[in-house]
Design a protein around this ligand. Structure first.
Ligand code: AMP
Ligand code: ZN
Ligand code: FE
Ligand code: FE
Length: 304
């Protein structure tokens, strides 16, 4: 059996791996197929695609769009999208502008608390189009103001801490519309981090194509529950490690893999959309794919 990981980050957003490091890690854990899903950007896809091809690894272009539904943040993965699609490209640029503005606002709030951090330091360290809180945290550590990323989040960056600034997000409906308009398929990321399973059925009615049942923060019970929901709602089962490189104690790549037969199901769904055929799996249809192994332990949920 061959395996895929459909949720990976690089330095093009808040991961620590370069594209070359990501592909090398993918090869060393034996992946046959990968997707790059950096937050609100497709910038790294060309580079990873070339490197993956050299390594004999299949590549699917992707992005993880920050969205909201009923005032709650959720992440929607867009796969096989055309990075040049004007509407998608424009709205990703807008999301990136919002991220840069948010970094400025966060730094201003910290400065008002006598924390000496500069916007330039954060943006230079981020060196990408999708800066975010992890980069502010890294800059706080680099400046010697905090000793760890966790400390930076706990003291300054979590909701209602001194550096906290709410994030403006696009609506989930718009994210789905953009992904489909750009020729892709949409998957709800890590439903276990949203603490409200009703979001899954709402998104299914709105036209989401798949559900990320396999994720490091989903224990065996959650995986089973989401696989059952996917079956009932007619969604393709996907998964990935959500690896951010060395930003956690250990890179998560390799801990969550899905059989590539799942990716074939996603590709079939893509072909159905592009050709205007009826969508499968149909709601309530028996699962046709083997259940993927989940090696992750039951972990407490934390922010996505
Ligand atoms: P943002 O989208 O800018 O609000 O940042 C969210 C990102 O921060 C997510 O990708 C999380 O992985 C990361 N994050 C949240 N809490 C922590 C933490 N305690 N330590 C490190 N990263 C965190
Ligand atoms: Zn991230
Ligand atoms: Fe992610
Ligand atoms: Fe996420």
């Amino acid at each position: 059996m061959t395996f895929a990981d459909l949720h990976l980050h690089t330095r093009y957003s808040d991961g620590t791996y370069t594209p070359a490091e990501l592909v090398s890690a993918a090869r060393s854990v034996g992946l046959s197929e990968i997707s790059l899903t950096d937050h609100d950007t497709l910038d790294g896809c060309d580079e990873v695609k070339t490197l993956a091809a050299d390594a004999g690894i299949g590549f699917i272009p992707g992005t993880e769009i920050t969205a909201e539904l009923d005032g709650r943040e959720l992440h929607i993965l867009g796969y096989f999208v055309d990075a040049q699609h004007p509407d998608l490209a424009r709205e990703l640029r807008a999301a990136q502008d919002i991220r840069r503005k948010r970094v400025k606002d966060m730094v201003a709030r910290l400065n008002a608390r006598e924390i000496p951090l500069s916007v330039d330091a954060v943006l230079e360290l981020a060196n990408c189009s999708a800066p975010g809180r992890p980069h502010v945290a890294r800059a706080l550590v680099a400046a010697g103001i905090c000793t760890s990323l966790d400390e930076a989040f706990d003291r300054f960056l979590k909701k209602d801490r001194p550096g906290w600034v709410p994030k403006r997000k696009m609506s989930a409906a718009r994210a789905l519309e953009l992904i489909h308009a750009a020729g892709g398929v949409a998957v709800m990321a890590h439903p276990g981090l949203n603490h409200d399973d009703r979001m899954v059925s709402r998104l299914a009615r709105m036209g989401v194509d798949g559900l990320e049942c396999h994720h490091p923060k989903h224990g065996p019970a959650a995986v089973a529950r989401y696989e059952e929901m996917a079956r009932e709602l007619g969604l393709v089962v996907t998964g990935g490690s959500d690896c951010h490189g060395m930003s956690k104690a250990r890179p998560t790549i390799g801990t969550v893999k899905i059989p590539t037969i799942r990716v074939d199901a996603l590709r079939e769904r893509l072909a159905q959309r592009r050709e205007g055929r009826p969508l499968t799996p149909a709601p309530g249809a028996p699962a046709s794919n083997p259940v993927a192994p989940s090696t992750a332990a039951d972990l407490p949920a934390s922010p996505p």
